[in-house]
Write a protein that binds this ligand. Sequence first.
Ligand code: GLU
Length: 412
Amino acid sequence: MPLRLNEVRMSAVKPSATLAMAAKAKALIKAGVPVMNLSAGEPDFPTPACIVEAARAAIGLRSSHAYTNPRGTDELIAAMQQKLSREQGVDYKDNEVIATVGTKGALMLALDALVGPGDEVVLFAPYWVTYADLVRLAGARPVVVSTDRERGYQPSMQEFEAALSPSTKLVVLNSPNNPTGAGWPESMLRAILERVRGTGIWVISDEIYEKLVYGDFKHVSPASFDDDARGRTLFVGGVAKAYAMTGWRVGVAAGPKLVIDALMTLQGQRTTCATAVAQVAAAYALREGPDVQAAVAEMRAAYTKRRALVLERARAIPGVKVHDPEGAFYVFLDVNERIPARRALPAGGGGSVIADDVVLANRLLEESNVATVMGSAFQGPGCLRVSYAASEDTLNQGFDRIAAFFASTTSA
Ligand code: GLU
């Protein structure tokens, strides 16, 4: 008998394109190739020293060597509650929050708890690579509402309406968005919550980029709108992006006790709890004392400068268009005009013509040694995601190479 995987389950999932591009870039760098890595959304800053110190002080304690409650330590539960009250404007009881293994962990548990075969989950594209796979792994079906650059990556309510059906069980929101950086105004979020009022439709609000916002954009949390919104919305977020803590793997989820209890049960059976010493670091970060606030402000100031730099560099490339991102640390380059194959290849074409964004991202990496992520991975074909969680020097060299690559290819 041949040895087989669970092929049904594994056919529902593919490797994460963001992690795959980052891994390829890191492997090339390790082999001595000078790659400019603009792929994964991972801060290039170290975790602020004050947060590291808090973890260092805790690492010798027995409590850091033991399982914690699946919900998290008392200290972290209190820090999550304070954070959610202060920043989301929502008071959660201690049985309405849970610390998870990264924000991805919160999303995985939530999708398993909320949806299954026969259910539909509305996603707004472009969307983060992992959502659709987690929906399929849970046995449910993603239903995609497209948004575009011309409309600031905001959906029309008619298109949203058309995506809803009696099978709709969940809507996933992500403002500011990965990969476009688009932040939705409060009116857009309110319109969506208004439409699902009184229905059996849950909402997940992924707010992992909430602190990385620019200009006069104001982040708002749908759960804060009113009792109906609070009762159907699961907040997910975490410490990874704003505090440069990607590898510590601590996520936060908050919502009605019914859902959080389910996440507790699943987490207790799957991973027990987030790593104890990482919970100490996360609690320190989420309390946001003056030292943490200063570190976050410094990183945000750096991202603000880099955002201006990448927008200027991107717009200087003929045929490249880009939305001014309200948040996160990505620009989503619309390169449709530079992909003639999306219309028709010139007779005898081939050669230096770029077939699509997947070919483009791979050629940029292999020929020009600059790592980005293909838009298709986010259901945004004809685009490239560039992460500006990289130094100005890396960004400048990366854009020098992207510009030179485009200059050497057949133009539309
Ligand atoms: N969320 C980041 C990204 O989109 C990190 C990698 C991942 O988990 O996708 O690049």
